[in-house]
Structures are given as structure tokens and as C-alpha cells.
Design a protein around this ligand. Structure first.
Ligand SMILES: [Zn+2]
Length: 953
């Protein structure tokens, strides 16, 4: 049994002592690996471990490949969640305090201090850091910082003054997700379940009724020309409100939404939906009736719906229903005819009717109305044209008319705007339900800016994105991004340099901090101080502008120190890889690119983004409420860091969700323990013998190195780990079987060599146990600091063919014995004649280029003297084509392109020992046309290349 924790402590101490991961500029090429820093409001659990583990494997791999690799870490204190937690502690929130105590095991006295937000952050910062150290992350801790450090604040002030100078921070009125309780904009980090509030702009069409306005919300303003009536819910108590200088009738929910949309709102009274039924409202000089409908929801839009039965299946069906029903408005309804306003190829006069009839929909409760609606909308939007009855818009395509009609309605004061959450209800971390608010005179990052978007797209285009399939998501995000509020009124962080009432929010002060890692080292060594730093310092370090002597004296920094900082930055920048979870694609990762392209010259734009999926626990999402959160440090104590690292990695490729479970941790543990035991068995020595199986296993080892390296380069870590731990195992078993059959006692050196390289490749994944194995194998130094195995030689195609032949013959014999259940007294093999070998190679070459037509192949073979014998045995060709097709592509190539092996010789010299060992009998072998052969059953003529004929007696 391995004492994992003991081994881990031993090697962590050694790494620290040898400063293994402290990175300084040198002659070698650098790699700068970063990962989204943690927000310290709780300890890390297994789920958090994934992104950091992947980044660490990446950093360790690159380091072993010879790159001078920097992997730093910081802590993100900015934002409101910690503030909210401190407030809840002040209020004595039982649930939260219980979580701290029972789930996170925070000491009681410490919890008392949590009334101060910074104390919470500091506590979990330390907790997370210890977890990272215990996981064995190869971090250069000299560069650690928090986002409320004074120098960091100076850095963020510089960033914002720069952005403002570029006109990319603007003041204006824009909609944002908003918490009415905290009076603060909200984004993903501020909401329960981490949802980014996502909203849509609806057009409100103003219908007039008795001196008041009854607005309806729509995404299709063109349908105003086809309106026949309104729908209202008779059971809803509507609000009568003053909106600026008009009186509106809307649902209570809508009245609340409007409060946040930059309007003067005051309540005037209430009106029952039922009171409006049967009344007339007017729009565009025409008058339409108001009908009752149960499908109208008061929390959707204004709670009143415009009915366009010719083009909206719901409206059409509801109108049909009302015509059949005995009710006060039945008579008026019967006189209503749908008004067609859009002509679309494939549809007649009334598209909604056709869609409803086609699906045989019976009433307005039929769920297939959704399908009908989507169908009609899509076809009309892309293929429809407005008819003559749409005035000046007649003839326009629907997709083009939409915006002009919207503008016209606005100009004519016939419309307004309603912003509504698409993914509501969204709850703030404080518990309040979020709304959409138009913020006036707020500071926004102008992510709508076209030139900015173009630059970002160029950067994405040039960079590597792993896995590449997520690339389009980034383009999509850049496309829809618009102005984004970049400051808050509360929270920890940096105040806006020109407006001290505002604090830069957490997704805006965390986008270029990778550059700050260069400075952080000098802050931590007490060489850089906030007081003396000015913008010219940052300009000088990051852009090389200004005169170093002058800046040195202005900023009170020794000139050689300033030069050193500049050299460091020039050396380490740009970021070579940015790791993050998939949930940060639509915000952080995209902002990271946007801010880099805005501030830094092209050569310092980021080079790569690596995105990973999340972690499930036994197939379920991890959450406090599910009770399936395992704090990382607790798991390390229980199972060891390396087994956890491997269990996280081996369960999924990058973008998939990883399913963590304890079974796989135990499987991994056993596997690692087996390898560890083996390491004690072999000693380093010079490899002297070069038997066929030796050449073969060394060739397989080269193959393993090649495959593993290629997988790691694409961050296909699961695949790489499988190669190292499992795939190679069957090759090794075969090799041992061969060596044992020959009773060899000189394979220790080869096995030591193989283990050494396997352990080296295991090191990025399981660094602690790999060090222990390395030491056990008697190797020098740390495996972390050793070179990644290089795939140096070509594949040994001869030994590959030999071993494959032996393996398949042995398999054939076994299968026959299994089926016939005889105990063999004698085994005889017959190898194919030379002409068959020639024919085999020709056929294999044909198959490789896609030629499998048997007639054509036979014709070719007969035409050639060397293979003309096929005319006597056409069945041979058919069988050979099938045999070649059954081989892996790689094997086809090897057999087609290389000198054929001498099968009779291989069988006589290499197979006998195996047969003797496995079956306890002697082997005889003959060539097919050997006149002296023993062939009582006339089997020899069945022989094919790589498939000797077989006689068992
Ligand atoms: Zn809130």
C-alpha cells in the first residue's frame, strides 16, 4: 500500500527546495500558461480542480519539452458576492453560517470575523492556495496577488484611463441586468446558478382606448398591418399607470418592468381584464375589438396581445375557438376575417390556417401550435414579402422591412420599447429577482464598437482554440456583444479613476491581469510600491514608450530594476495559453481577447485559449443542495492528489463534462500501485541484446511516445493518459510472454528503459508518484525537470510484421483448439509460396488507393508473370482482399510497402518456443510447395501470406 500523502509531502518539499517552478527569463523559448484565477468565497471542490489540473498538466508538459514555462496564480477579490456574504453573516444568517461550519469546517472564531468582507476573501484565499499546493500544481508562487492590492489598483486605473482615451469606455444609457435590492448591475458572477441575464427588446405597439394606451409587445412590428383584434386575459387585474404624460393599461408584472426602463411611472388605479372584453381599441386609423383569451399570460410582455390570425397560428386558432363558443363576443368574432399582409412562396393567402390544418390542430391548447408558429415565422421572415396593403412598405422583404417599420412607428410615436429577460427568472445572489434596467449616464465598455469587434475576430482567427469546435461560439459572442456596464456602486475593487463613486466590476478588472504577474513578483519582494507608480511606468513596461531614466526618477524606481521589469515583460508576454471553464466563453474569455487587442500591440495578443467542460459527481451536477460537493482538500487527504488528478482527467476529453466517481479513483490507484511495484524490479543498465521482440517493443515504445505527444499537443489528455496507462499494456504483456517463452534473463535493461519513459510521460499527470517511481528506478534528478521522451527512430517495420505474424498464428491455434477441444500432439504450419506474397503486396497497394474491384485486380495480376498463378486459384484473391480490408490502415501500409518477411524462417526460429510453452508440443513448419512436406490432409495449398495454413493432430 502506498501512503499517498506522505509521498506527496516529500516531493512538494523537494520541489520547493529546488525552486523547481520559479521561472526567470533565460536563453530558452518561453511558454506563459495562465488559468482564470479563483474567486475566494468558498473552498475549492473537486469540480474547481478540473480547469487548474488541466492547466498544470499543460504547463508541466511544456516544461518537460524544454520550454521555459511560467505558470502563475492570483486571487480575484473584486465584486459583490463576498460583500453580500459578509452582510448575511452580520444578519446572523443561519444557513450560511451552518455551511461555513459544517460544509467548509471554518472555525467558529473565524466565522465571527466574517462580518468583514476581506476576512472572508483572505480565509478562502489561503484555503484555496493550500489546496492548489496540495494538488501539486507547478505554480510560481512568487507572483501571487489579489485584485485589491494597491499596485493592482494602480494597474486597473491605468487600464481604464487607457480604454477611456481610446474612447472605448463611454458614458451613456444602456440596458443592463439589474438587482433592484442591491441597486447594482448583475452579470453571471452575481447570480444564483451563474446565469448571465440575457434580454430581448420588444416593440410596444400603442393601441388607443378611451384616451388611454393599451400597449402590446411584439418582435414582428410589420404585423401591425394585419391586426384584427386584441387578446386580453379576463381574470387578470390590470394596472392603470401614468407613463410620462400618457395613461397606460398593462399587467402588474409589466408595470413593474417599466419602472426600470427610464420612464416616469405612477399608479392611477386598476381595471379588470373582463371589463375590456368587447371594447374597441384603435391603431393606424382602424378600430379592432378586444377578445378574451386564456393563453395570454400577465407576466409575458404587457399582458395584452395583438392578434394577427393570418400569420400567427395561435391567433388563428384562438379566433376559431371563440367563433364556436357561446359567448358575448361570438357574433363580432364571426365577422372577423384574417388579413393577409405577407406573400410567401409555398403558402397561400392564410399561412396560419394552412399550418394549423396541416397539423390537424383542434384547439388553442394544442402544444403543436408552437411548431406551427415556428414554421410560419421562419418561412415568412426569410422568404416573405409585404403585400400591397402595407402602404409604403409594400414589396419589401420581411427581413428587411422589420427595422424600417420599427423606425417609422417610433417616429410616428405609435410605439415604445419593452426589455424583457429571456432566461428569467434570474436571481441575484442576494435572493432578489433581477430585472432589466436602463442605466443612465453610466460607464460602459463599448463592446458594440465595430472596429473593436473586427480586431477581436482577427485575434480569434489567428489564435489556436482548443478544442477547435468552440471557435464559432466566440465569433457568435463577439457578434452579439453590446455596451456593457463596467462599474458598480458597491463591492471590493478599484474605483474608476475619474469618477470615485464607481467601482470597476469584476468582469472588467480581470481581463489583462496576466500582464500583472510580471509586476507582482517585484511587489512581493518589496521593490515596487503603489505610491510612486504612474501611468508612464505602465506605458513604459508594456509598450516600451518613454525614457527610462526619466521614468526611473519620476517613479522612484532604480533604473536597473525598471529595465529588468521591462525585460521580463518582453520575454514572457504574450500569453501562450489561457485555460478556463466553458461557462466563461460568453464573458471572461471574450473580454480577455477584446481588452488585449484594444490595449496591446499585435505581437502581444493572446496565442491560445483552452476551454474545458464541467465536472459531474456520479453523473449529477455538483451543488450544495444535492449534498454531493466534496471539498478538494478533504478529497486529497482521503485519496491522494495524483489519483484525483487522474480520475478527473481520464473521465472525459476537454469539452465534455467529466464524471467523477470513486470507483475510477480506486481503479487509478491500483494501476499506479502496480506500476510503482514494477519500478522496484528493474535496474538501469545498457541495452545489449537486440532480438526481434526487443526491436519490436522498442519500436512500439516509439509509437507510444509519438501518439502520446500528439494527443498532449492538442490537450487530448484523456487519450494521452489512456495510451500511457492502458493501451501500451497489451504490447508489454506480449513482450513478456515472448521473453519468457525463450527463457531469457536479459530483459531487465529494456524493461527499465521502457518504465523510465512511461514514468516521464506520466509525470505531467501524476507528478508526485512519478517522482517517487523515478527515484525508485534509480534515475537521477527530478522527473519534473527531465526531458520529455522524444520519438527518435522510425518504426521498425520488420519486427512489427514479425510479431504480428506470431501473435495472429498463436491466436489461430488457440481458437482451433477451443473449438475442436482436442489436446494437440503435433502442430504443423505451412507458409505461402512466393507468388502469393507478391500478389498480396499488389492487392494491398490496390486496396490502399481504393481499388477493390476483384475482376480488375485479377486481370492485373494475371497480366504479370510474377503473379500469373492466380488464375489457378481465384479464390485466393477474394480472400486476400477481405483480409487486407480487415487490417488496420497502418498494417496495410507496412505490409504493402516493405520487404516481405521470411515467414518460414520467422516461424521456425521464433514461434517454436511459444508453441512449446503454450501447448507443450513441438512445431513443424513447411513451405507450401516443399516437396518433402508432411501434409496428409492437403492443407498446405490453403496458405496465404501472414496466414499460414494449419494442421493440428
Ligand atoms: Zn442582489
Amino acid at each position: 500500500m502506498i501512503d499517498w500523502n506522505k509521498i506527496e509531502q516529500k516531493w512538494r518539499a523537494k520541489w520547493e527546495q529546488s525552486k523547481e517552478f520559479e521561472t526567470e527569463p533565460n536563453q530558452r523559448e518561453k511558454k506563459f500558461i495562465t488559468v482564470a484565477y479563483p474567486y475566494p468565497n468558498s473552498p475549492q471542490h473537486i469540480g474547481h480542480g478540473r480547469t487548474y489540473t488541466l492547466a498544470d498538466v499543460h504547463a508541466r508538459f511544456l516544461r518537460m519539452r524544454g520550454y521555459n514555462t511560467l505558470f502563475p496564480m492570483g486571487f480575484h477579490y473584486t465584486g459583490t458576492p463576498i460583500l453580500g456574504m459578509a452582510k448575511r453573516v452580520q444578519e446572523g444568517d443561519k444557513e450560511l453560517i451552518e455551511n461555513f461550519e459544517k460544509l467548509y469546517h471554518v472555525p467558529r472564531d473565524t466565522i465571527k470575523e466574517f462580518v468583514e468582507p476581506v476576512k472572508i476573501a483572505d480565509y478562502f484565499h489561503e484555503e484555496i492556495k493550500l489546496g492548489m499546493i496540495e494538488m501539486g500544481y507547478s505554480i510560481d508562487w512568487r507572483r501571487e496577488f489579489t485584485t485589491i492590492d494597491p499596485v493592482y489598483k494602480k494597474f486597473i486605473e491605468w487600464q481604464f484611463r487607457k480604454l477611456k482615451g481610446l474612447n472605448l469606455v463611454v458614458q451613456g444609457s444602456h440596458p443592463v441586468g439589474w438587482c433592484p435590492k442591491d441597486q447594482n448591475p448583475v452579470s453571471q458572477h452575481d447570480t444564483l446558478g451563474d446565469v448571465e441575464p440575457d434580454f430581448t427588446e420588444y416593440i410596444l405597439i400603442k393601441f388607443h382606448y378611451d384616451g388611454m394606451i393599451v400597449p402590446t409587445a411584439t418582435l414582428r412590428p410589420e404585423t401591425i398591418f394585419g391586426v384584427t383584434n386584441l387578446w386580453i386575459n379576463p381574470t387578470v387585474k390590470y394596472k392603470k399607470i401614468k407613463v410620462d404624460d400618457e395613461t397606460w393599461i398593462v399587467s402588474p408584472e409589466c408595470a413593474r418592468k417599466l419602472e426600470f426602463l427610464d420612464k416616469e411611472i405612477s399608479p392611477l388605479g386598476e381595471v379588470n381584464g373582463s371589463e375590456l372584453v368587447g371594447k374597441s381599441v384603435s391603431v393606424l386609423d382602424k378600430s379592432v375589438p378586444v377578445f378574451p383569451a386564456s393563453f395570454v399570460k400577465s407576466d409575458n410582455g404587457t399582458g395584452v396581445v395583438m392578434s394577427v390570425p393570418a400569420h400567427a397560428p395561435f391567433d388563428y386558432q384562438a379566433l376559431e375557438d371563440i367563433k364556436k363558443e357561446k359567448c358575448p363576443v361570438q357574433e363580432i368574432a364571426r365577422n372577423i376575417k384574417p388579413i393577409s399582409i405577407i406573400k410567401t412562396e409555398g403558402f397561400g393567402e392564410i399561412p396560419a390556417k394552412e399550418a394549423v390544418d396541416r397539423l390537424k390542430i383542434q384547439d388553442q391548447n394544442d402544444p403543436r401550435l408552437e411548431e406551427a408558429t415556428k414554421d410560419v415565422y421562419a418561412k415568412e421572415f426569410y422568404g416573405g414579402k409585404l403585400r400591397e396593403n402595407t402602404g409604403e412598405f409594400a414589396g419589401l422583404k420581411v427581413s428587411e422591412a422589420k427595422d424600417s417599420i420599427k423606425e417609422w412607428l417610433h417616429k410616428e410615436k405609435k410605439s415604445d420599447i419593452l426589455l424583457e429577460l429571456n432566461n428569467g427568472p434570474v436571481r441575484c445572489r442576494c435572493g432578489a429577482e433581477c430585472v432589466v434596467k436602463i442605466l443612465n449616464d453610466q460607464w460602459f465598455l463599448n463592446y458594440s464598437d465595430k472596429t473593436w469587434k473586427e480586431k477581436a475576430n482577427k485575434c480569434f482567427e489567428e489564435m489556436s482554440i482548443l478544442p477547435n469546435e468552440i471557435r464559432t461560439e466566440f465569433n457568435y459572442v463577439v457578434g452579439w456583444l453590446r455596451e456593457r456596464a463596467c462599474a458598480r456602486q458597491h463591492g471590493l475593487g478599484t474605483t474608476l479613476p475619474w469618477d470615485k463613486d464607481w467601482i470597476v466590476e469584476s468582469l472588467s478588472d480581470s481581463v489583462i491581469y496576466m500582464a500583472y504577474y510580471i509586476l507582482a513578483k517585484y511587489v512581493n519582494s518589496n521593490e515596487l510600491f503603489a505610491e510612486s507608480l504612474s501611468d508612464e511606468f505602465f506605458d513604459h513596461v508594456f509598450f516600451g514608450s518613454g525614457d527610462s531614466a526619466k521614468i526611473s526618477s519620476n517613479c522612484k524606481i532604480p533604473e536597473d530594476l525598471l529595465k529588468k521589469i521591462c525585460t521580463d515583460f518582453a520575454y514572457f508576454y504574450p500569453v501562450d495559453a489561457r485555460h478556463s471553464g466553458r461557462d466563461l466563453v460568453p464573458n471572461h474569455l471574450t473580454f480577455f481577447v477584446l481588452n488585449h487587442v484594444a490595449l496591446f500591440p499585435h505581437e502581444n495578443w493572446p496565442r491560445q485559449i483552452v476551454v474545458n467542460g464541467s465536472v459531474l459527481m456520479d453523473g449529477k451536477k455538483m451543488s450544495k443542495s444535492m449534498g454531493n460537493i466534496i471539498p478538494l482538500r478533504q478529497a486529497i487527504k482521503q485519496y491522494g492528489a495524483d489519483p484525483i488528478r487522474l480520475a478527473i482527467i481520464i473521465s472525459a476529453e476537454l469539452l465534455q463534462d467529466a464524471d467523477f466517481n470513486l470507483d475510477s479513483v480506486n481503479t487509478i490507484k491500483n494501476k499506479l500501485e502496480n506500476i510503482y511495484d514494477e519500478c522496484a524490479r528493474y535496474r538501469p543498465a545498457k541495452i545489449s541484446s537486440q532480438e526481434s521482440e526487443d526491436r519490436w517493443i522498442l519500436s512500439r515504445l516509439q509509437h507510444l511516445i509519438g501518439q502520446t505527444t500528439a494527443a498532449l499537443e492538442k490537450m487530448r489528455l484523456r487519450e494521452a493518459l489512456h495510451h500511457i496507462l492502458f493501451t501500451f499494456e497489451s504490447d508489454l504483456q506480449w513482450y513478456l510472454k515472448r521473453a519468457e517463452a525463450k527463457q531469457r534473463n536479459d530483459v531487465s535493461a529494456i524493461l527499465h528503459h521502457i518504465l523510465t519513459l512511461r514514468v516521464a510521460m506520466l509525470c505531467p499527470f501524476a507528478p508526485h508518484i512519478a517522482e517517487e517511481m523515478w527515484e525508485r528506478l534509480g534515475n537521477q534528478g527530478h522527473v519534473s525537470g527531465s526531458a520529455w521522451p522524444e520519438s527518435v527512430s522510425q518504426e521498425d517495420t520488420k519486427s512489427v510484421q514479425v510479431e504480428e505474424l506470431l501473435r495472429s498464428v498463436l491466436e489461430d491455434v488457440k481458437n482451433i483448439l477451443k473449438v475442436t477441444k482436442i489436446t494437440p500432439k503435433k502442430i504443423v504450419l505451412y507458409t505461402a509460396d512466393r507468388w502469393k506474397v507478391n500478389a498480396y503486396q499488389k492487392i494491398a497497394r490496390d486496396v490502399i488507393v481504393g481499388q477493390t474491384n476483384i475482376g480488375a485486380i485479377i486481370k492485373d495480376l494475371i497480366a504479370n508473370k510474377e503473379t500469373e498463378n492466380v488464375k489457378k486459384d481465384p479464390d485466393f484473391v477474394k480472400k486476400t482482399i477481405n483480409a487486407v480490408l480487415a487490417e488496420p490502415v497502418e498494417m496495410r501500409r507496412i505490409r504493402a510497402e516493405n520487404e516481405p518477411i521470411n515467414e518460414i524462417q520467422v516461424i521456425k526460429s521464433e514461434l517454436s518456443a511459444l508453441i512449446r510453452k503454450e501447448f507443450g508440443v513441438e512445431l513443424e513448419a513447411f513451405e507450401e510447395s516443399d516437396p518433402a512436406k508432411y501434409d496428409p490432409k492437403n492443407k498446405a495449398k490453403m496458405a496465404r501470406p501472414f496466414k499460414p495454413a494449419l494442421l493440428i493432430e
